[in-house]
Design a protein around this ligand. Structure first.
Ligand SMILES: Cc1ncc(COP(=O)(O)O)c(C=O)c1O
Length: 389
């Protein structure tokens, strides 16, 4: 068991008050007031027009693909470096992923995406067709990993022209913004639909949970409809589509409403943790902390330790030192095009992911991290650095 955890949830006493309110009043299902309150909080914070609170971030991604009306065998551009959820939903919808490489932040490489669209697809009858497979490329899922926003400004108008919908996976980037035309826009509000996760390890949590945010009324209506069993007549039980029981329940939503009250406090502490790591580690010879991209504001969800001159064995050796000292660290996700069920799908010029994967470690970054424990993490990194020099 680790003593220093990667990312614990942080609660204040307000959550207990709200949860007991749900239980005392009997409003525990998906119909309670807190669900609407959480959706309003999201709308106010992100400045999106609409929001639907759902039972997970994965559900948000799945219903987003359904809302943009993907068809079986459509192709969806995805990053190989991400938690597997945005890839799995492509398969839930009987579509095919096209795997893309990553940039230095671990995010999808937008210049390669642009090249792929321009060189490997043709635009015919309102569709972008993959020249090789003759299938329609209907969407791209942009995942803002570790809280760092993807700079996808250069493909927004291209995707519009080519009728390729943009789904933003903002599961890890609530509180992160991209600068566009002198304006700060919240991640998830720039593409067609944004997806958020409130899982226990995220910056705000409802235990398990998620949401979509969008400025498009049709997508909002479609996701609201599908997530509540597609009821045309709720009294006589007439259903116009295959619906889902996918809304967030009131108890979980009540936790989320309390979490929003302490969001600024959480963001502030996370910035302090990031700055602390930067100052202590970036003067070392063999390591550095990944700095936030200049074009954005990051929520500093997870801090990444970058290893200079690394290989797989070296990475494993360093992970072991942390584990032996009861510090929970993680390598980044196993590249998804190498996962058992994903090997048969198209990949486009993947040559950065391997180096990124073997040279990156996620460090403990949660709100509850004490300065004493932060110091311990830094001490271990410093010790390894000394031994390697
Ligand atoms: C990038 C990313 N996408 C999607 C998800 C899925 O969210 P959930 O666990 O709420 O289904 C997660 C995390 O869990 C994630 O990190």
């Amino acid at each position: 068991m680790s003593n220093i955890l990667l990312h614990e949830p942080y609660f204040c006493s307000d959550e207990i008050k709200n949860v007991s309110n749900c239980i005392k009043t009997g409003w525990v299902s998906t119909s309670g007031n807190f669900v609407k309150k959480l959706e309003d909080n999201l709308i106010n914070y992100t400045k999106s027009k609409y929001s639907v609170a759902l039972n997970s971030g994965t559900t948000a991604l799945d219903l987003s693909l359904k809302a943009i009306l993907v068809k079986p065998y459509d192709e969806i551009i995805v990053p190989t470096i991400t938690f597997i959820s945005p890839i799995n939903v492509v398969l839930y919808n009987n579509c095919n992923p096209i795997f893309m490489d990553n940039d230095p932040f671990g995010n999808i490489d937008i210049s390669k995406v642009k090249n792929f669209i321009l060189k490997n697809t043709v635009f015919k009858n309102g569709k972008s067709i993959n020249k090789k497979t003759k299938r329609k490329v209907s969407a791209i899922i942009i995942v803002h990993v570790f809280g760092n926003v993807v700079d996808f400004r250069e493909i927004i108008s291209l995707c519009k022209k080519r009728n390729i919908k943009i789904i933003e996976d903002a599961s890890e980037s609530l509180g992160s913004f991209l600068s566009i035309g002198g304006q700060k826009k919240h991640s998830g509000t720039i593409g067609d639909i944004g997806c958020i996760s409130f899982n226990a390890n995220k910056i705000l949590t409802t235990g398990a949970g998620g949401a979509i945010i969008t400025n498009n009324l049709n997508y909002f209506k479609k996701i609201s409809y599908l997530s509540t069993q597609a009821k045309d007549d709720p009294v006589r039980f007439i259903h116009g589509d295959v619906g889902y029981n996918a809304k967030l329940n009131n108890i979980s939503a009540s936790v989320g409403v309390s979490q929003f009250k302490i969001f600024n406090r959480i963001l502030l502490k996370k910035k302090k943790i990031h700055d602390y790591y930067l100052k202590a580690i970036n003067s070392l010879k063999n390591f550095k902390i990944l700095e936030n991209p200049k074009y954005s504001v990051s929520n500093n969800w997870l801090n990444l330790l970058k290893l200079k001159n690394s290989n797989k064995r070296h990475l494993e050796k360093i992970l072991k030192v942390f584990f032996d000292n009861k510090i929970q660290v993680r390598p980044v996700w196993h590249p998804n095009h190498l996962q058992k069920k994903m090997k048969k799908f198209e990949r486009y010029k993947l040559n950065e992911y391997e180096n990124y994967h073997k040279s990156t470690i996620c460090l403990p970054s949660g709100y509850n991290l004490s300065y004493k424990n932060l110091d311990k993490v830094v001490r271990i990194v410093t010790l390894i650095d000394k031994n390697e020099s």
